[in-house]
Write a new protein. Structure first.
Length: 341
């Protein structure tokens, strides 16, 4: 990265830790390390990107209000200026299509991890804290049809933009027990098999590290690499504890599923959050970014930092200080936070 004059390569010695699954244990002086070839597209630090600004939002059932092509191009140029050349996108709607077309048309040096968004196929109202009532059967039936369409659109875009799309992610946190858009594991596997049969790029699924440890073995057998999310601050870790906890998470996933490379598809730090006000700050975000970059470089692990720009559409509209809105390394007006200065 341009703003880091040097990378300190850390030797990280983890202490003994035992997961919630009794048979998964990481002990002694284990150091998580992958081969250079396990890096996705050869990149260490990548970026989660959506690009929705004030008054904009993706389609999660009620239609989308997307950024203009001019706004997307501005975002992409900002990312290139800060040496981000690998981005993750979350669905295959109009916003993603515009982004891929602009990368191609302007010959931008950006590659894309293409995401397929899976809507709820079962109602997780008993497991999700913010689902107050069951999702109607007719909605679930419609979602199944839309998910199949999403998969086919993703295949089409992966083929059309094969020189830009370097991997495909099928579903985002659709398996972990607290989500509001749950899809049965056997159906996720079916979608993964459909995509793998149709494209040449590697295929993965993104989910929480605990889910991979406890339940991920059947899916790990299907994917090309494990797409893992880890958020120490959501688990009440301080900035002093955060990096060691992140490493512990990844060590445990590797201990449970040692035969597949790991890519961290989300890890980040909010700069404003009423949920954890003592830990949310630009200084802590900058520290976590620096430390995870150092570790990722030493361990040959691609990390998609969450996220490029603040997104006000997320969370409770009445709560401007909610964490969901403030994970960007740039503010919503595209001015840089401390980590990018």
């Amino acid at each position: 990265m341009r703003f880091l004059s040097a990378i300190l390569v850390l030797t990280i010695m983890t202490t003994a830790c035992t997961s919630s699954s009794d048979d998964i244990e990481v002990t002694g002086d284990a150091v998580f390390s992958q081969k250079p070839g396990d890096l996705l597209n050869g990149e260490v630090m990548a970026m989660a990107y959506s690009g929705f600004r004030e008054g904009q939002h993706p389609d999660r059932g009620d239609g989308a209000k997307n950024p203009s092509r001019e706004e997307i191009l501005e975002d992409l140029q900002i990312l290139v200026e800060h040496d981000f050349t690998l981005i993750r996108m979350y669905d295959v709607g109009e916003n993603t299509l515009d982004t891929l077309e602009l990368i191609e048309a302007h010959d931008l040096p950006i590659k894309v991890l293409l995401g397929l968004w899976l809507r709820a196929e079962v109602s997780n109202h008993e497991g999700c804290p913010w689902l107050d009532e069951p999702i109607p059967d007719e909605v679930l039936a419609a979602n199944k049809i839309e998910n199949r369409r999403e998969v086919e659109r993703g295949i089409e875009l992966a083929e059309r933009f094969s020189d830009i799309v370097v991997a495909i992610n099928v579903g985002n946190e659709a398996l972990v027990e607290w989500n509001d858009h749950m899809v049965p594991l056997e159906q996720v596997i079916a979608y993964v098999r459909r995509v793998k049969a149709a494209v040449s790029q590697p295929v993965t699924v993104a989910d929480n590290y605990e889910w991979w440890i406890a339940d991920g073995a059947p899916l790990a057998a299907e994917v090309d690499f494990l797409g893992v999310h880890t958020y120490p601050v959501w688990e009440s870790k301080t900035i002093d504890e955060a990096m060691a906890y992140t490493i512990e998470n990844i060590e445990r996933v590797h201990a449970a599923l040692p035969d597949k490379p790991i890519v961290i598809l989300e890890a980040g730090w909010a700069t404003t959050a009423m949920e954890f006000p003592g830990q949310a700050s630009e200084a802590n975000q900058a520290r976590y970014y620096r430390e995870i970059l150092e570790w990722a470089t030493a361990s040959n692990t691609t990390v998609f930092f969450f996220e490029a720009f603040d997104e006000p559409w997320k969370g409770d509209p009445a709560n401007a200080g909610g964490a969901e809105k403030h994970w960007g390394i740039f503010f919503v007006d595209r001015t840089p936070k401390q980590v990018m200065q």
